[in-house]
Each structure stands twice: as C-alpha cells, then as structure tokens.
Design a protein around this ligand. Structure first.
Ligand code: DGL
Length: 292
C-alpha cells in the first residue's frame, strides 16, 4: 500500500496520491445493492466496499454516533487510496454527509470527494411523474426529514409521506428477511404508511438494505404502486458526475475489480454477500479505528 501518515507540520493526513478504487460504504450489507447498481453502469472501475456490520444497524443510533462512524469509514477509505467515496447508506447520507463535506473534507483533503444517495434519488423522482411519494427508511433517516426537505426544495408540488421501519434492517442483517418475522413487520409498516396516504403512487426504498427483501415488500404493496430502488439510480448519477468532473475520473483506477472489507466476521459476510452479488466474495476483516 502507498504512503499513509500525517504531514508533521500541519498534522493533516497525507493520503495516497495515485489513482485509487472508488470507495463504497454502508453500515452493513445494504450498500451492496448500490455497489451492484453502480457496477452495472460503470463496470470499468475498481471498487473498495466497506461494510461496518459489527456496528450495524446505524438507523436507530444518534446523530453523533452515525457521524463519527461514517467519518471513521471515510478516513479509512481515503487512507486505502480512494479519492471518491460513495456513502451507500441513506442514514449516513442524512446524518453525516453534509458535515463531512463542509467541515471535515477541507482538513482531510480538499481534493477528495464524498457523495451520498439521497440527492440522486430525489432528482430521479422528478423524472418519473410521481405525485404522491411514500418513503420507507430507517428511523434515523425519517427523523432527519432529509427526503421531505430535498423533495420540497426541488418538487414542491409532490406530496411526501415518510415511514420509519426500525425492524427491517435487523431482519436483513440477521438473514431473516424471508421468514415469518419479516412478513409481520413488512405488512405492519406498509399498512401504516398506506393508511396515512392512500394515494401513494411511488414507494421509495430509502434504505439501501431494503432491496434485499424487495419480494416481501412487493407482496404487501398495493398493485400499481411503483417501487423505486436506488442502485442503478446512483450508478447513473455517478456516471454523470464523473463526466462532469474529468479531474476526478482520472483519479479512479480502472480494472473492474472489487475488494470487500467488513468489520464483522468475514465468513459470515462472505456467504450472504456472495449470495446477493451472485459471485464469490472473499472479504478482509477490518478493525476500524476512531478518528481523532
Ligand atoms: N443501509 C442503510 C441505509 O440506507 C442503514 C441501515 C442501518 O444500518 O440501519 O439507511
């Protein structure tokens, strides 16, 4: 690995300068749905996936902890050579992205970039003709009101209803998303949402974990409602970003490889991640360190 350390004079970190992998970060398995979508659109780049499975779920944690955990991950990915990091997690995008972009990047490295998943999803909604949008997400994302704020800013005529689904991520992280417990909780939250707005025409899966149980979600969603998953939306948005920023594109290494890291047991990660990605996954273990 290339140089890692600090600049003694200013105490700012010095990260590898050569082209690097695109970092994709999530609290656990959910970001794999984004990685899959991005690779479908942009297979030519190298990717480094980091799942903080040991500390998932993030969705029920405080703003401060989600921000701290996300910053730890971003620093780790920068130190492993990533110039561009995608927060493939709505909760981290809602609670940490702005602070990292505005307060941390200028000190860490003003030439590196961290992007989220909420803005691309909202921009996509504008192209779909959606009028009544239901957002299912973690309690953390819902409490931040990030979706309502972004949608109201861009499309004031859209009607938005957000529904927290606290049990969905634990079900997925524990490989219970096709069992009867999942039926109970998927039905419960969707019923609550559609009682609050029976005119919903588009359902946004506003947590990157949720496509991992999309069949169950479809089962309890009224017919005719469009279900919107974020993977390819984020992929297309990244493609546009790299076209508009050739200086960043030049810093993304090309080779089509994917490296996986997890803060949990790699064997456990490999079996579920491999099933979902449809290929053998051989993750490395990472003991993530707190940033100072
Ligand atoms: N997959 C993440 C999201 O999109 C977070 C899930 C969690 O850890 O609660 O919000």
């Amino acid at each position: 690995m290339a140089d890692r350390g600090t600049n003694n004079i200013t105490d700012t970190p010095v990260y590898p300068a050569s082209p690097g992998k695109i970092g994709v970060f999530d609290s656990g398995y959910g970001g794999l749905t984004i990685l899959k979508g991005i690779r479908k659109v942009l297979p030519q780049y190298d990717y480094l996936y980091l799942g903080d499975n040991a500390r998932a779920p993030y969705g029920t944690r405080s703003f401060e902890l989600v921000y701290q955990f996300t910053l730890d991950a971003v620093r780790e990915l920068f130190s492993r050579g990533c110039h561009l990091v995608i927060l493939a997690c709505n909760t981290a995008s809602a609670k940490a992205l702005r602070s990292i972009q505005q307060n941390d990047l200028p000190h860490l490295d003003p030439d590196r970039r961290v992007l989220g998943v909420i803005r691309p999803t909202v921009e996509h909604l504008g192209q779909t003709g959606a009028k009544h949008v239901g957002i299912v997400a973690t309690p953390g994302t819902v409490v931040s009101h990030s979706y309502t704020l972004e949608i109201t800013k861009l499309f004031p005529e859209m009607h938005v209803t957000e529904q927290g689904c606290p049990m969905w991520v634990p079900l997925i992280e524990n490989n219970e998303s096709s069992g009867p417990g999942a039926d109970y909780f998927v039905h419960k939250y969707l019923k609550e949402l559609f009682i609050r707005d029976s005119k919903i025409d588009s359902l946004v899966l506003g947590c990157t974990h949720y496509p991992l149980m999309i069949e169950k979600i479809r089962q309890y969603t009224p017919a005719g409602v469009a279900i919107i998953a974020q993977g390819e939306i984020v992929g297309e948005s990244l493609r546009n970003y790299l076209l508009r920023h050739p200086e960043m594109e030049a810093k993304c290494s090309r080779g089509g490889s994917v490296e996986y890291l997890t803060t949990e047991n790699p064997e456990k990660f490999n079996s579920l991640a491999g099933l979902f990605m449809g290929e053998t996954v051989s993750a490395g273990h990472l003991c993530i360190s707190h940033s100072g």
